[in-house]
Ligand binder design. Structure first.
Ligand SMILES: [Zn+2]
Length: 435
């Protein structure tokens, strides 16, 4: 991700130019002339051999110009333009008209936005496949702190998610616009550390209830900070945002914004929050991820599985806040959450089964907490988060990292927790399961 530095005067000039779009849009284009030869837009990605990204004079909506991309094999290609003078912390929507033919695989054809803080690398518009006539697609995004954002029309995407991103086929893009998202498009509420932007039609509980939940999420954020001793994104407010642009297999994806898949029954979950006092396990988990050492300091080599640690941070917050979350149709209050993780221990390690099971390990971490209190973890995380990459170079393999993690807990406890809280048989099973 490139950083763009411009003298302030230039940014001001561009900002006033952007603000002067006639319909209130921050940026619009219908590609009436070739944006690629003039350098206004650029091509990028990792295209397959023979792939094309070009300007087409008559193929757009209303038979005017448009961008055309074609790839005979799976690849990642895009046409993009960088906008400046946007305001950090505000939510913008890039919309475009899209037509496709024979698009297959990966994320299909879609819009994405790159920012120099790479906090929302998974963000996208809905993925379009097959043969479709012109339709509007959109992506909501938060610009980087320098106020820039690179808006991209893509055929295929980089890898990383479970179906790999890259795609093939033909895609046409036209009528690009960027606007600030308004209250008719999205429902906004804001707490101290966390803000919320959800599809209007999913905002089914009263403002006051939503605000109460946000203040609860603020408490959770502060607990996470208290547990690890630091906060992510230099303390920038974290936005939770619903999006159509996530693979169906993901409930949400962490980052800033946290992307909440808008096909996950959000109304029902919000109702559970309103009626049962359920703080929402999934959202607490995603906020938990943003406190991973990789996000907070960039150095997380000791952390072999942040799915465990996102939930472990949550267990701390649940206890401190006496909060409630539901799992498998039971609402767990505060410390009771250990009973949930015990289920997974009993199904695996507890039965002598060497099964890779993060939730069972989580249970054993809570056992340590029962004996020594949370302070050993508050100390251990502080020392772990302060490590430089070269201090973790020797760490290879999950079991090694597991022992390394516990060595920091032991240092805080003043005795070897692998001796006091694990049997030799358990350690053997864990070693085997983490191979
Ligand atoms: Zn996760």
């Amino acid at each position: 991700m490139k950083k763009i530095y411009k003298p302030a005067g230039v940014i001001l000039a561009i900002a006033s130019m952007l603000a002067s779009c006639s319909n209130g849009a921050i940026y619009t284009t219908s590609f009436d002339k070739d944006p690629l030869t003039g350098g206004e837009w650029m091509t990028g990605g990792d295209p397959a051999p023979g792939a094309i990204a070009e300007y087409r004079e008559n193929d757009g909506t209303d038979s005017t110009g448009c961008i055309y991309m074609k790839s005979g094999e799976r690849g990642y290609m895009y046409v993009s333009r960088t906008l400046e003078g946007l305001e950090q912390g505000r939510l913008y929507r890039m919309a475009a008209k899209l037509r496709t033919r024979g698009v297959q695989e990966g994320r299909g054809a879609m819009l994405t936005v790159k920012t120099d803080n790479s906090r929302q690398i998974w963000n996208a518009s809905e993925f379009t496949y097959g043969d479709t006539e012109w339709k509007e697609v959109y992506i909501d995004f938060v610009p980087s702190s320098s106020g820039t954002a690179e808006i991209c029309c893509n055929l295929g995407n980089f890898g990383g998610t479970y179906n790999g991103g890259t795609a093939l086929g033909e895609a046409w893009f036209d009528d690009i616009s960027v606007n600030e998202v308004n209250g008719q498009q999205m429902y906004f509420r804001s707490g101290q550390h966390i803000s919320l932007a959800i599809d209007r039609d999913k905002a089914c509980i009263p403002d006051s209830t939503m605000d109460k939940w946000l203040s609860d999420l603020d408490k959770v954020y502060e607990c996470y900070m208290d547990l690890v001793g630091n906060c992510p994104y230099n303390g920038d407010k974290i936005m939770i945002m619903t999006t159509p642009g996530i693979e169906a297999g993901y409930w949400a994806l962490a980052g800033n914004p946290i992307l909440w898949n808008n096909r996950t029954g959000i109304e029902k979950l919000l109702q559970k929050t309103a009626e049962d006092g359920d703080w929402n396990f999934g959202i607490l988990h995603e906020i938990g991820h943003t406190f991973s050492p990789g996000t907070v300091t960039g150095n997380g080599q000791w952390n072999w599985n942040d799915e465990i640690f996102a939930n472990f941070r949550m267990s701390y917050a649940l206890e401190v806040c006496n909060a409630a979350v539901s799992q498998r149709n039971r609402l767990y209050h505060g410390k009771e959450i250990i009973e949930y993780y015990r289920i997974f221990y009993d199904e695996t390690i507890g039965q002598g089964l060497a099964k890779n099971n993060g939730d069972a390990l989580h249970y054993t971490f809570l056992r340590i907490k029962e004996k020594y209190g949370w302070d050993v973890y508050r100390k251990a995380f502080r020392s772990l988060y302060a490590l430089e990459p070269h201090e973790m170079q020797h760490l290879h393999g999950s079991y090694n990292k597991f022992l390394f993690f516990l060595s920091h807990v032991s240092a805080a406890a003043g005795e070897d927790v692998t001796q006091t809280c694990y049997t030799p048989e358990e350690l053997k099973l864990i070693e085997e399961s983490l191979k």
